[in-house]
Design a protein around this ligand. Structure first.
Ligand code: FES
Ligand code: FES
Length: 204
């Protein structure tokens, strides 16, 4: 059975369709095609900006960012939440630790796009109203810092350490906080702070 040139097996007539599209529908079609091209280009070139919505400390934040942006850079450079610190930028020091869906992560190695739809908690989101979080208060009470650069990461990691059930002994605390480096060597005071805050955090 022969087919009419330009028409497929379904009877779709390509020429007739193109002729119809040449009227008023042509401009919207061109616009749609351009938008599709832009999406394809964005997927192919990570340097092109992409839209992302991050949920940070209970609020949705819409951003247009380079697809390669880390959570740390999204927080510090785009949202001006500078509590999370950049130490090594290589996942080695823990200064950038935040919680994502209650799990501690090094935000310098986590892509912002991968965190979309998850709950990001930073040091700025720990206190409620005028009350410090028990872990923040314990760090103050125990002088658990000197220069303070590592402290936000230490505190976020300590909160997770307690919730994971890894604060039952000083040895456990040292082991499970070992990913957070303190150049000032405030370790004994940090361990004391975690011990102090643990019962209150576990009470909820
Ligand atoms: S800055 Fe992320 S681990 Fe050091
Ligand atoms: S308090 Fe200075 S690096 Fe920890």
């Amino acid at each position: 059975m022969s087919e009419k040139p330009g028409s497929g097996p379904s009877g779709f007539d390509r020429r007739a369709f193109i002729a119809a599209a040449a009227g008023s529908a042509l401009v919207p079609m061109a616009a749609r095609a351009a938008a599709q091209d832009a999406n394809v280009s964005a997927a192919q070139d990570p340097a092109l900006p992409v839209d992302v919505t991050l949920r940070v400390n209970g609020k949705d934040k819409r951003l247009r960012i380079d697809a390669r942006t880390t959570v740390l850079d999204a927080l510090r450079e785009h949202l001006k939440l500078t509590g999370s610190k950049k130490g090594c930028d290589h996942g080695q020091c823990g200064a950038c630790t935040v919680l994502i869906d209650d799990r501690r992560v090094v935000s310098c190695l986590t892509l912002a796009l991968a965190a979309e739809g998850q709950e990001i908690t930073t040091i700025e989101g720990l206190a409620t109203d005028d009350h410090l979080h028990p872990m923040q208060q314990a760090f103050v009470d125990n002088d658990a810092f000197q220069c303070g650069y590592c402290t936000p990461g230490q505190i976020m990691s300590a909160v997770a350490c307690v919730k994971e059930g890894h604060a039952g002994s000083e040895a456990d605390i040292r082991e499970y906080m070992s990913g957070n480096i303190c150049r000032c060597a405030a370790y004994p005071n940090i361990v004391a702070a975690v011990k102090q805050a643990a019962p209150e955090i576990m009470k909820g």
